[in-house]
Design a protein around this ligand. Structure first.
Ligand code: 3AM
Length: 197
């Protein structure tokens, strides 16, 4: 099973993200590029990709993910539309996090500490920072310049939502695109409010 931890967008942020996808679709420079757009119900902010795990390990991982997180709820904002990688053939279109990065990094550290001991491979140490809009299929290297220019020109007004839970998802890959099944969800907010000797 392919598992990952993610933060769900709220309904308003999802609608705003879908609007950015709609505008990107209409950009003349992107019209002839094959993009597999993330479906609205699949939009998420990946907190940590956990990789392929044996089905037998899913239950302890779901139990670990279902414990309340030791982090207060916080606001994440998305602003700039961007293309990855920054050079060469463009592969992914995403919205970058413009506010909430420090909190995301702390939550990511908690996710690594919590899930790492249950995994056979270490979790990517890079903190998360984007919501994927779509993936380009076989876009030639030569399209990189105009794709990056078109995406940079989208001028996305910042929007955000309050992150108040973390979910564990199973990702099932299929020719028509991945589908995500939630396995566990736990709230943020289990915090020690003052120094405890
Ligand atoms: O939400 P994003 O696009 O950032 O790219 C995959 C997606 O991230 C990522 O996990 C998220 C849910 O599928 N992912 C998939 N395979 C991966 C891998 N081998 C991976 N991340 C790192 N290594």
């Amino acid at each position: 099973m392919r598992l990952f931890l993610a933060l769900d967008l709220d309904a308003a942020a999802r609608a705003r993200t879908v609007e950015v996808q709609r505008r990107a679709r209409r950009a003349p420079a992107l019209r002839d590029v094959a993009v597999r757009w993330v479906r609205p119900e699949n939009l998420h902010l990946t907190l940590a990709f956990l990789g392929e795990v044996d089905a037998g390990r899913a239950a302890p991982m779901a139990r670990a993910a279902a414990e309340p997180w030791r982090h207060a709820p916080f606001r994440v904002e998305l602003a700039t539309a961007d293309v990855a990688p920054p050079s060469g053939a463009p592969r992914t279109l995403w919205l970058s996090v413009s506010a909430g990065r420090a909190q995301l990094a702390r939550l990511h550290a908690e996710a690594r500490a919590r899930m790492g001991p249950l995994l056979s491979a270490p979790v990517d140490p890079r903190p998360p920072g984007h919501v994927t809009l779509g993936r380009l299929r076989r876009a030639p290297r030569s399209s990189g310049g105009r794709v990056r220019e078109a995406v940079a020109g989208l001028a996305v007004p910042a929007f955000g939502w309050r992150v108040d839970s973390v979910a564990l998802y199973e990702s099932r890959l299929a020719p028509g695109g991945a589908s995500y099944r939630p396995l566990a969800r736990a709230p943020l907010g289990c915090v020690i409010l003052d120094a405890v000797p």
